[in-house]
Write a protein that binds this ligand. Sequence first.
Ligand code: AMP
Ligand code: GLY
Length: 429
Amino acid sequence: MKILVIGNGGREHALAWKISQSPRASQVFVAPGNAGTALEAENNIENVDISSSDFPQLIQFAKENKIGLVVVGPEQPLCAGLTDAMREEGLRVFGPSKAAAELEGSKAFCKNALQRGNIPTADFQVFTDPALAIASLQDREDGPVVIKADGLAAGKGVYVCDNREQAIQAVEEMAVEKKFGAAGNRIVIEERLEGEEASVLAITDGKTIVTLQPAQDHKAAYDGDRGPNTGGMGAYCPAPLVDAKMMEWIEEYILVRTVHVMNRMEIPFQGVLYAGLMIGRQGPKVLEYNTRFGDPECQPLLLRLKTDLVMLMEATIDRKLDKIGPLKWDQRPAVGVVMASEGYPGKSVYGHVIRGLEEAAKIPNVKIFHSGTAINENGEIVNHGGRVLCVTALGEDISTAKKTAYEAVRQIRWTGAWCRHDISDKAIR
Ligand code: AMP
Ligand code: GLY
């Protein structure tokens, strides 16, 4: 069967790589892909030059090439309804419908669903009028609070504020100055939670939930969780913070209730349900839902997953997840370190030649997933995005996986390349 993966990040490189190992996959296309997927020809992976927002071309390509399974990687096409548009044309798609992707596409929708399902989350209020939002901030005690733009803002529409002044400033940027465009038409004011974060991803067909092993992302740009928020600077899996008992609790009180409340709203959820959790003194609470694999969590997760991913995705589409047995995992932990361009998460300069990739790839137990890379006119691999690579390694324990990942990172260089140096340290402590 031919399979089409939509997207061009490290997540999509990992998805294409894992999917290509399935006995069900004859060929994997990635639209538009990156230099990493372009270089996987030996695994029958091939890039297709169609943007993930060009729905008519994607549909035409899928139909003409008799694609048997479409996998949508990023949130933008999901929230814009690619799954629905493709299903209308008779294609088989792994990913939630546009209505179900609102769980990620609208923070107000998500919070209302969580409240309706009695699912633990921070207290919140939703405002469309910035003046009312500011009045509410002035009414409450001056202290820590979180301000969120309702819509998609590439992880940047969340301001964790220490006091009222910062919070009012955040509302003004989002709702008055429209820093995130229409995403700021509605504002969520949220209680600020304390604790440590974890990512729990599950695959669901709307009936059965199959949880993946817990992972932890590193959202802040710099070591010690300092600096601005990013899309994620590295991840590891499993995350010992979430033990088996807590995982059971999360399944029962968070995931099952979410799938159930979506069914009750007649918006069945099918695909990856990714709970961003804050684990505090009162136990896990939902910070947000994503409706797709996390980037970079996907990279260490898929490096460890032994179960056939295509089989899992087809069982999801056919609502037969109850028929598959327990997932199989490589028992070794995995650590993924993101290498970024100078300036990220702000503006970066692209086009620098990346050296040392082959040497790094020769290190045993290492897999380098590409994110923002491209091939220049001389056939050289260059940086072409803020997050450039996710250098991922398996190890007997987390410290060994970390050591191996950084050994590979040291082989790789381009002008301005940088990374965090403490990925997975929270698990080692
Ligand atoms: P989100 O996109 O909603 O996950 O928010 C991005 C990041 O902001 C999260 O990973 C947390 O680090 C932080 N955050 C979001 N909501 C809260 C909250 N209610 N309390 C504390 N931190 C939060
Ligand atoms: N790693 C966070 C995200 O994918 O949204």
